[in-house]
Design a protein around this ligand. Structure first.
Ligand SMILES: [Cu+2]
Length: 488
């Protein structure tokens, strides 16, 4: 059959296009008998609707030699983390994953007893090359059974790592062996697949990057970052994450860290940059947003997205269980925010069961409470000034404030959680050093307007309203109010 489609598949496609196939007259009624739309011919070179395989093709292929860093691939950068070491034994790349408790610092002020892979929480990345054979030993040093699922991989069913379903669980103290040949490349993940809510919530997640065997010129980038997103509930004063929390996560992390402890993404002006974003948090999808640039989403953990299907974006939604590769050229020098756009996800240690007191007059309340709590100050009635809060509120031990960090102007960068900084510089001593704050060229910072500015541009700051409907201003550069009011 033409194009390799079976009769049954063709019938299926015909039925699927039923809704679009009805011809309507101008009067709105159906004219004549329903005619299904013709199946469009597949022209040579077009991606066929049905692929030959959705699982990597024949499984019994002989592997290619192990790919080596520097020779066969440029290693990814794992901010606040590292790639797992390996050795080559008889042509097989061998890894050893240690599953253990880790005394983890989310930030300098907050530690918790989490679970991790090889002494790191969320930030151990496995890196390999398409076509090679890998063998991964997993030693369980937890007090309970575990297993590891290799997320997005084409592999023999018994290597899939679903505890109890495709293998016996790895009991406390045991070491299991996974082995398969990589018949794909891309950004994948690995995570515990036994008692997932507890084990992933305690930190048992990681990125797994497979480089192409023969990379296209477009694949080569200057900076290739591996970033794993997660979310936690660590109540102030407690020592362990609360993994039964379902909605109110107060610690949002990139590679296990919150801003300001997230390592900056350092680039030279003009660098080609790839961010491999994975999300294995419990409940939340994260729209990850970049400032000052746009990017293209070039791959998922399914495969590369064809160029014709990529569109420019500044925000990529990374849902739970997804990876997204985003790529751009960092051609604008500066300190650019890269963060989740959900405003509660760029907060540190935030409880959300908080009465709304914005606009409240706290005077009488403070007078009544101060005899009991001398440093009491009503929070939030003018909005939440995190800097002020940090100055007056004593914090319990082992907690981090909601604030972020002091920025280059002495003011607070009132961000935390899922936030980091893309630092693009014309001159860099080294990628491994934080280049400090961006030095803005003169006249390129939004500073307080001068009286001369205001006078020159006719800006009257005593005006009561600049919006339509009753404004006193009907002329001048802001004077389009009348026209817009009339057009309503
Ligand atoms: Cu988010």
């Amino acid at each position: 059959m033409a194009n390799g489609l079976s009769r049954r598949q063709l019938l299926g496609i015909g039925a699927g296009s039923l809704a679009a196939g009805v011809a309507w007259t101008k009067e709105g009624g159906a004219k004549g008998q329903y005619q299904p739309a013709a199946v469009p011919p597949t022209s040579p070179g077009r991606r066929p609707y049905w692929e030959k395989s959705y699982s990597g093709g024949p499984i019994d292929v002989s592997p290619l030699p192990p790919g080596l860093p520097g020779e066969n691939y440029k290693p990814v950068i794992v901010p606040n983390g590292a790639a797992l070491p390996f050795k080559v034994v008889d042509g097989v790349k061998v890894f050893h994953v240690l599953v253990d408790e880790v005394d983890h610092a989310f930030d300098s002020g907050l530690r918790a007893k989490c679970w991790g892979y090889n002494g790191r929480v969320n930030s151990t990345t496995i890196e390999a090359v398409e076509g090679e054979r890998i063998r991964i030993y997993v030693t369980n040093r937890l007090p309970m059974p575990t297993s590891i699922h290799w997320h997005g991989f084409y592999l023999p069913n018994g290597m899939d790592g679903v505890g109890g379903l495709t293998q016996p669980n790895i009991k406390a103290g045991e070491t299991a062996k996974y082995e398969w040949t990589l018949r794909q490349y891309g950004s994948f993940m690995f995570h515990a697949h036994h008692d997932e809510m507890t084990q992933m919530g305690m930190g048992l997640i990681g990125m797994f990057v497979v480089h192409p065997r023969t990379p296209s010129p477009e694949y080569r980038v200057d900076r290739d970052f591996s970033l794993m997103i997660s979310e936690w509930s660590v109540k102030p004063g407690t020592a362990r994450p609360n993994t039964v929390e379902m909605t109110d996560f107060n610690i949002l992390t990139l590679n296990g860290k919150v801003f300001p402890s997230t390592a900056p993404l350092v680039c030279r002006t003009g660098d080609r940059v790839r961010l491999r974003l994975g999300n294995l948090g419990a409940m939340d999808h994260h729209p990850m947003h970049i400032h000052g640039h746009h990017f293209r989403i070039t791959a998922t953990d399914g495969e590369d997205i064809p160029l014709s299907a990529q569109w420019p974006e500044t925000t990529a939604l990374v849902a739970v269980g997804q990876t997204r590769n985003i790529e751009f050229i960092a051609d604008a020098p500066g300190d650019w925010a890269f963060h989740c756009h959900m405003s509660h996800h760029v907060m540190n240690q935030m409880g959300h069961e908080f009465p709304n007191v914005v606009g409240m007059n706290p005077k009488g309340l403070e007078e009544k409470i101060r005899p009991l709590l001398p440093s009491y100050m009503t929070m939030g009635h003018t909005g939440m000034d995190m800097g002020k809060m940090a100055e007056v509120m004593p914090y319990p031990p082992n907690t981090i404030s909601m604030k972020g960090a002091t920025g280059p102007f002495g003011d607070y960068v009132s961000m935390g959680g899922l936030f980091t900084i893309l630092k693009v510089r014309d001159e860099l001593k080294s990628y491994d050093e934080d280049p400090g704050w961006y030095q803005h060229p003169a006249g390129t910072v939004a500073l307080k307007a001068t009286d001369a500015d205001l006078a020159r541009d006719g800006i009257d700051v005593t005006e009561r309203s600049l919006s339509g409907g009753g404004s006193s201003s009907t002329s001048g550069p802001m004077g389009s109010n009348e026209a817009s009011a009339n057009s309503r």
